[in-house]
Design a binder for this molecule. Sequence first.
Ligand code: GLC
Length: 530
Amino acid sequence: MIDNFRWWQSGVLYQIYPRSFQDSDGDGVGDLRGIIARLPYLRELGVDALWLSPVFPSPMADFGYDISDYTGIDPLFGAMADFDALVAAAHAQGLKVILDLVPNHTSDRHPWFIESRSSRNNPKRDWYIWRDGQGSGPPNNWLSEFGGSAWQFDEASGQYYYHAFLRSQPDLNWRNPDVREAMHEVMRFWLRRGVDGFRVDVMWHLIKDAQFRDDPPNPDFMAGMPPYQELSHIHSTDRPEVQDIVAGLRRVMDEFEDRVLIGEIYLPPEKLTAYYGKNLDGAQLPFNFSLIGTPWTAQSVGDLIDRYEKVLPQGAWPNWVLGNHDRMRLASRIGEDQARLAAMLLLTLRGTPTLYYGDEIGMTQVTIPPDRVRDPWEKNLPGRGLGRDGCRTPMQWDQSRHAGFTNGEPWLPLGDDFARRNVAAETADKTSMLNLYRALLDLRRKRPELAVGSYRRILQDGDLLVYQREHQGRGLIVALNFGSHIIPLPKDLNGQILLSNFMDRLNCPVPIDFTLRGAEGVVILPDSPG
Ligand code: GLC
């Protein structure tokens, strides 16, 4: 631990999509035993915590984000004993374990929903959001993120229920205190088993407008955007009351020692910061996804960092994310060269970074043939480029059949570059993306300036962004070239180059007339920490 910083502040998080990380039993789907086998890889990589996307019993309509039992393990992934073994093995290797908590909605096969749906007078009726229709239509105009109305008519009981996602993912009613208590108990169940934290799914969706007002049209909507974007979701999401719910979740975390509450929240920085809570009694890390959607230029990235730093409440800890199981692979979004620059940016910014499995070897978005599409979003709205399968393909470990991921038939096709782009090949190549990630993680671990130091922008000019990280009088300079051409660095920048993302300049003096190659980034230990 550095000074008084917690592990989730100075450390680095790594997201595992369990279906796709490592299969141990040949069914083509990754599992917990597979993850256990790969823990040494993660330790050597140099990350501090794993976050697992859902592993609970589920009909898998949304691949585990539709839960039918919050306190079990889906047999596809293993048994509870495997889970306990994973936590024990991870802890023994100095790795923390973070689970995905999906409190906004359950599967329609969850016993709570089956009861709730059974009749209007069932005691669990109010655990979900049931409303009468208006005329012959749904209660209001709210939309599902996955397309169409968010209301589903239930013939048997003659009312509509609300689902922000699939029809088979009914939203829980968080205004009901019994729902809150039930979910708090779910959290305690896992926290007692030694889980170190939760990433809370769609945190900004948890509470909806009590008056069920229509969402207004989105003035920025343009043709080609997903239909969900036609409205501004000011009544169906991000209600002020959600902060009480978040504070309630945090209180449960605080019954245990040193745990972390992370929120999945797709909101601009100015709105995101509310989720830290009034007196920082909310999420410790409301996920900051703004880098994912920002144009990849020195100016917009530089401005975004300043904008985010400016709105952070006093004492709130920043964080940065570049990819996850819902967004196009980083290397495909910005290109392979810039993905190496992005790695340096992510691991030298102030705040907790989250890595997405496979990005450390530069995995790209895989094109999925139509007959192998699995993602319900793509199935609902085919051909719109919304599909998430392409960023969820099996981890590429080596060049053997199925890339060392499985002995069976993988649930999604592998990237066709796996024979060359894999952990084994990149381990052997001194300048590979993987070795760059390892070097960056190693530097971050050795240099408290990078892990916990302050951030100050020094210069942004054209494609160049230069900033300083400083801790207790020691400073480092990071210079990044977002363009594809050579650019000179300021003359007064003297010192040692600790690392270049090209992996060819390591621990050498800054040359006279130093230039950065296209997409090159360097970390410099300056002669004077000014
Ligand atoms: C979150 C998850 C996504 C899922 C959705 C509904 O955004 O990351 O994968 O489909 O919630 O649970």
